[in-house]
Design a protein around this ligand. Structure first.
Ligand code: NI
Length: 164
């Protein structure tokens, strides 16, 4: 495993839709390990493959490790197939937009289906911070960062703050 450099916005790779992985090869397993090591080193609670320049649909997260034991999770070819209509607005940062925190509206709960490192399909219901983190990382796989979720006015303010 290796700690990889994290790309910073506006690197074009952060605005690119990533490709499906399909088969979980040893290279994909190695990528997941690198993503986790890079996330823990950052330190962060989620990281998506395009953030290290790999344009594949993989993200990792561990939302609780800063307050308890590590529980790394790897999501390959994830699909958010249900989102609650109930939404919440909260502050979000991003390792690719260091120093910037923006208020983003997210579904409070999501149902997610993904391929695991074991190659099998998994399904789970995520709520609270887990749901927010998964939506944030999933966005990265579609080339979407927090700035894209803001109104034009709020985005202009955030971009000015980020560049300053
Ligand atoms: Ni991010």
């Amino acid at each position: 495993m290796a700690v990889l450099p994290i790309l910073r916005w506006p690197d074009a790779r952060l605005s690119t839709r990533c490709a499906e992985v399909g088969v979980v090869t040893p290279a994909v397993v190695a990528l997941a390990g690198d993503l986790l090591e890079t996330m823990y080193a950052a330190p962060g609670r989620g990281l998506a493959a395009p953030q290290v320049g790999v344009l594949q649909r993989v993200f990792v997260m561990d939302t609780g490790w800063k307050d308890g034991p590590r529980a790394p999770r790897v999501f390959i070819d994830p699909d958010i197939f249900w989102m609650s209509e109930d939404r919440a607005v909260g502050p979000e940062g991003c390792l690719s937009l260091p120093g910037l925190t923006t208020e983003i509206s997210r579904a409070r709960a999501v149902h997610l289906r993904w391929t695991g490192l074991d190659g099998a399909l998994h399904e789970d219901r995520l709520v609270g911070f887990d749901a927010i983190c998964a939506q944030h990382e999933f966005d990265h796989l579609d080339g979407i960062v927090t700035l894209h979720r803001l109104s034009a006015e709020a985005r202009a303010r955030a971009e000015a703050e980020y560049r300053a």
